[in-house]
Design a protein around this ligand. Structure first.
Ligand SMILES: [Zn+2]
Ligand SMILES: [Zn+2]
Length: 144
């Protein structure tokens, strides 16, 4: 399975291969500010599943505290986040995909810094931080 995605202006295009891992809504203060939103919907992919199709030269990185956020220098669209140490994963900003994902998010994470003005009104599990089950799933992906 191959999916494509792009930034708002279309200069950067990418593809991801394989099954789309479960989506999560991240409510951390960094995602909120970077995205200008109450939360960001992301999924973790092996870096090897991601490939630029065009516009890689337009990708800018905001790096801080061991992590980075990639975005388009022209339109500012957020594309993915990762660790500077390169742990083999990126967290893809799901809204940049061309096709809508078949399934919605499975949980809310990092609610410890949730926006006070936003109320979660669904029945999905809510976690104050990154739950161990997600960490374990990432470890399992690394081994496979
Ligand atoms: Zn762009
Ligand atoms: Zn976050």
């Amino acid at each position: 399975m191959v999916r494509t995605g792009r930034c708002l202006c279309g200069r950067i295009r990418y593809e991801v291969t394989g099954e789309l891992p479960p989506l999560v809504n991240c409510h951390c203060q960094f995602c909120r500010r970077a995205h200008g939103a109450a939360f960001a919907t992301v999924c973790w992919l092996p870096s090897s599943a991601f490939r630029f199709l065009s516009g890689e030269e337009a990708v800018r990185r905001y790096a801080r505290a061991g992590g980075f956020r990639s975005f388009c220098e022209d339109c500012g669209t957020r594309l993915f986040n990762g660790l500077l140490t390169g742990d083999g994963f990126i967290s893809l900003v799901v809204a940049s995909l061309d096709e809508e994902p078949e399934r919605g998010p499975i949980m809310h994470i990092n609610l410890e810094s949730k926006a006070t003005w936003y109320e979660v009104r669904d029945d999905l599990p809510q976690h104050d931080s990154l739950p161990p089950e997600v960490v374990r799933a990432l470890e399992a992906m690394k081994r496979s």
